[in-house]
Design a protein around this ligand. Structure first.
Ligand code: FAD
Length: 436
């Protein structure tokens, strides 16, 4: 557990931070700035101790109360915000599941999955249901920004998944200081934090009308993207714009270079060359994961009104090339928006079998969260506290933390030299019967 609960500084030093930035708007004296910590390769909050009043000397600061890195009470938060009548250990509480895509071909083609997030946000803006939406945009370079998009063009420009740290601190601060109603798009951890923030700030709760959640297996540090680019003989410094997804489904990386050149790189999921596939997995799963992601047990964004994912089922992998999304609807507000958007022709919706939806993802990694948590705890690391999600402890998951040893090491010249050795050992261990 965390030793010092007064500010989120201890969350960062305990490796529990996941770059979400939710602590920033929780601060009543604006003492928190979120910065890019180049060493860690992630966003972290920095407290100005000349301004911080330690929440008037409280034992637990508000920034720690809202921090999803420290605690998530799924039972209480679901009771308060999610009405879904059905339950599955993978999907959480839900009402219905769908396959869907944007009616607009360009949105569908340029977004990550089927462009459902982008088309629903544009629909809600155009119908004047909301004034703006907190999204993650990446207009220049390799560092994304959380903004409030208030126009169709701004929402379109923010489409696509960013597989790197992304924070909503500035965007949520803007919502807290503005009038009107908004939507928020985020990963499971963003939404854990947003819901906790709404609990202590009821005014903010009335301003955030829609909570859109993205499924998330894990987030990797900025070092992961840099490593992947270098392995593809691209100098990260020369990149003027990067899109991780888009150009159909499942899509590809597309880059604009500072000299005007355009490049594309296949994603691991479509890569047939084993060596190149291993580089992709190393960069975006095995070796550059944020340490806090190892103990996250929420794949499907269980605290969202609607959760959005890729339909990784055989039938779509074999045939779908333009774009398709998979949706889990968790309450009335999400259901009403979806049905209205379908009725008015903004999206194409088809009901899906929840069991098929649950089976479509590789849940093995998330199933091991509680086991890894125990192992890290045993090693003396601070770990998060969860209420309301039961997982059995399995020694296999404890051991396979070793597969990810690089994620816990700082990235410098020396440790990066070890990377080929770690990758080779992992390949050998996997080949000879998944010893770990
Ligand atoms: C780090 C990460 C891991 C993911 N893991 C999985 C997975 O394991 N399985 C799976 O099925 N799907 C996963 N997804 C979700 C998937 O990639 C798509 O985002 C989702 O299906 C929505 O597609 P769409 O076409 O409807 O979204 P789009 O219309 O392309 O819109 C995407 C929206 O998400 C916002 N966004 C992008 N990146 C981030 C970010 N890092 N943090 C917060 N908001 C962001 C954008 O601002 C945009 O509004 C992941 C996404 C991310 C970012």
């Amino acid at each position: 557990m965390l030793r010092d609960h007064r500010t989120v500084t201890s969350v960062v030093t305990s490796d529990l931070c996941m770059s979400c930035g939710i602590c920033q708007p929780s601060c009543h004296v604006d003492a928190i700035t979120v910065i890019n910590d180049k060493k860690r390769g992630m966003f972290i909050p920095v407290i100005d101790e000349t301004i911080c009043d330690f929440c008037e000397e409280a034992q637990v600061g508000k920034c720690v109360i809202v921090c999803p890195g420290v605690e998530v009470n799924f039972t209480k938060l679901s009771e308060k915000f999610i009405e879904g009548q059905n339950h599955s250990p993978i999907l959480g509480n839900y009402d219905k599941c769908y396959y869907a895509h944007a009616s607009d071909h360009d949105i569908r083609f340029t977004s990550s999955s089927g462009g459902l997030v982008t088309s629903l946000l544009i629909f809600a803006l155009e119908q004047k249901l909301i004034e703006g939406v907190a999204v993650i945009t990446m207009d220049t370079g390799l560092e994304p920004r959380g903004i409030i998009a208030r126009t169709t063009e701004e929402v379109k420009a923010a489409a696509g998944s960013k597989y790197c740290p992304a924070h909503l601190g500035d965007a949520l601060t803007e919502i807290a200081n503005s009038d009107g109603r908004y939507a928020v798009v985020g990963l499971p951890c963003h939404l854990h934090g947003v819901r906790k923030l709404e609990k202590i700030n009821p005014r903010l709760k009335t301003k955030i009308l829609y909570h859109f959640g993205l499924y998330c297996a894990n987030t990797n540090s900025f070092h992961g993207t840099e490593y992947f680019l270098k392995k593809n003989e691209i100098n990260p410094e020369e990149v003027s714009q990067l899109r991780y997804r888009g150009m159909g489904w499942p899509g590809m990386f597309s880059l604009k270079m500072k000299n005007g050149e355009k490049k594309t790189i296949k994603r691991g999921t479509t890569e047939t060359d084993k060596q190149r596939r291993a580089v992709f997995s190393s960069a975006f799963h095995y070796d550059f994961q944020l340490p806090r992601c190892f103990t996250c047990n929420d794949l499907t964004a269980e605290l969202a009104d609607i959760s959005f994912a890729d339909p990784w089922n055989k039938k779509f992998i074999a045939k779908e090339r333009v774009g398709k999304s998979m949706l889990v609807v968790r309450n009335k507000i999400g259901d009403e928006l979806l049905k209205l958007a379908a009725k008015m022709g903004a999206i194409v919706l088809e009901e899906a079998d929840p069991e098929e939806v649950a089976r479509s993802q590789n849940v093995d990694f998330k199933n091991g969260a509680q086991s890894r948590l125990k192992a890290l705890n045993f090693l003396g690391k601070a770990t998060p506290h969860y209420v309301g999600k039961k997982q059995t402890i399995n020694i296999r998951y404890m051991w396979n933390l070793g597969f990810h040893i690089m994620s816990f090491l700082p990235k410098n010249r020396l440790t990066l030299k070890l990377l080929p050795l770690v990758q080779f050992s992992r390949r050998v261990l996997l080949k000879f019967g998944n010893i770990l």
